[in-house]
Design a protein around this ligand. Structure first.
Ligand code: HEC
Ligand code: HEC
Length: 276
C-alpha cells in the first residue's frame, strides 16, 4: 500500500458518534490487514502494524479535528488542516513531509534548540491560540508518529525543498490595502465572510476572536501572502498574482485578532515513574 492509499483509508474520522467509531474501527482493521501483506516494491517502509499504526492514525485525526480530541487545548475555530492542507500532505500547503527530519532545530523566537513536540506546542499556542497538550499524551505522541510516518523517506537533516515552501519574497512597496479590500470582497468573502469570521465547521476565520493570534506564522505578511497565492481561493488556487495575494493579505492583517500572552505559564503533568 502506498502513502496516498494509506491516507485515503485513514481519512476523516467523522464527527458524529457511530460513524466515527465505525471509521476508526475500519482504519484499525485496514492497518492490521496491511501489516500482513508484503510491502509494495515502491514503498520500502509500509504502514507499521499494531499500536504504532493506531497512533499514526490518531495523530492524523487530531490534526484534522483538534476540537474533537483536544477541546481544552484550542480556542481558535479551526483545525491544524486549515493551514496544513490535506493534514500536511500538500506541497506549498504547509506540508509535514520531511518535517520530522528537521528536528531538533534552532528556534529563533525562543533562542534555544527545540524538539518536534516544542514545534507542535508553538502551533497550539499561537495558531490555535490555545495550550499545548502534555508531551506524554497519546494525542501528542500520535501527531509526532504521524509526522514521522509522512517523513519516512526523507533523510535526517535534509532541508525543506524549495518546491514545498510557501513563504515568498514580497514586493518592495507596501500592499495596496484598498485594492486588497476590493479583491477580498470578490475572491474571499463568499467563504470566509465579509466579517472574516468564516463559517463554523466549513470555512476557517481569517480574523476576530476565533482566529489565530498575533504571534502565529500566518500573522506574518510573507507567510500569508505565499499561502494565499499558492492555495487560495480554495476553489481556484494559483489564480492570484503575487501582488494581488500581497494586497489581500495586507488588508486581512489590518483586522483585530487575539493577542498572545507571553508570561502565561504552561505546565506539563507529573508522571509516575512506572509510566516510563
Ligand atoms: C493559522 C494557520 C495554522 C494553523 C491553524 C496551524 N499551523 Fe502549524 N504552521 C503554520 C505556519 C504558517 C507554519 C510555518 C511557520 C514558519 O515557517 O514560520 C507552521 C508550522 C508548523 C510546523 C513545523 C513544520 C516544519 O516543517 O517545520 C508544525 C509541526 C506545525 N505547524 C504543526 C501544527 C499543528 C499540530 C497544528 C494544530 C494543532 C497547527 N500546526 C496549526 C500555520 C498554522
Ligand atoms: C471556496 C471557499 C474559499 C474561498 C473562496 C477562499 N477560501 Fe480560504 N480557505 C477555505 C477553506 C475550506 C480553508 C481551510 C483549508 C482547506 O480545507 O482547504 C481555507 C483556508 C484559508 C487560510 C488559512 C486558515 C485561516 O483561517 O487562516 C487562509 C489564510 C485563507 N484561507 C485565505 C483566503 C483568502 C485571502 C481568500 C481569497 C483570496 C480565500 N481564502 C478564499 C475556503 C475558501
Amino acid at each position: 500500500m502506498n502513502r496516498s492509499q494509506f491516507l485515503a483509508r485513514v481519512r476523516p474520522v467523522a464527527r458524529n458518534g457511530a460513524q466515527a467509531r465505525l471509521t476508526s474501527l475500519l482504519a484499525v482493521l485496514v492497518l492490521a490487514a496491511c501489516a500482513q501483506s508484503a510491502p509494495a516494491a515502491s514503498d520500502p517502509a509500509p504502514v507499521p502494524s499494531g499500536a504504532l499504526g493506531t497512533s499514526i492514525a490518531l495523530g492524523r485525526a487530531v490534526i484534522e479535528d483538534p476540537q474533537k480530541y483536544l477541546p481544552h487545548n484550542v480556542t481558535a475555530d479551526m483545525s491544524c488542516a486549515a493551514c496544513h492542507l490535506g493534514a500536511g500532505t500538500v506541497a506549498r500547503g504547509g506540508t509535514f513531509v520531511g518535517t520530522y527530519a528537521r528536528f531538533p532545530q534552532w528556534n529563533k523566537r525562543s533562542k534555544r534548540v527545540i524538539t518536534l513536540q516544542d514545534r507542535l506546542a508553538e502551533c497550539f499556542l499561537y495558531s490555535m491560540n490555545g495550550t499545548p497538550p502534555a508531551y506524554t499524551s497519546k494525542e501528542m505522541i500520535g501527531m509526532v508518529a504521524y509526522i514521522a510516518y509522512l517523513s519516512r523517506n526523507v533523510p535526517t537533516g535534509a532541508p525543506q525543498p524549495k518546491s514545498d515552501a510557501f513563504i515568498v519574497p514580497l514586493p518592495s512597496a507596501s500592499p495596496d490595502l484598498a485594492r486588497g479590500q476590493t479583491l477580498y470582497g470578490q475572491k474571499c468573502s463568499a467563504c470566509h465572510q465579509a466579517n472574516g469570521a468564516g463559517v463554523h465547521g466549513a470555512f476557517p476565520p481569517l480574523w476576530g476572536p476565533k482566529s489565530f493570534n498575533n504571534g502565529a506564522g500566518m500573522a506574518h505578511i510573507d507567510r500569508m501572502t505565499g499561502f494565499v497565492m499558492y492555495n487560495m481561493p480554495q476553489n481556484a488556487p494559483g489564480s492570484l498574482s503575487l501582488q494581488e495575494a500581497y494586497d489581500i493579505a495586507g488588508w486581512v492583517l489590518t483586522h483585530p485578532r487575539p493577542r498572545f500572552v507571553p508570561a502565561r505559564l504552561i505546565s506539563q503533568p507529573a508522571q509516575r515513574a512506572d509510566f516510563f
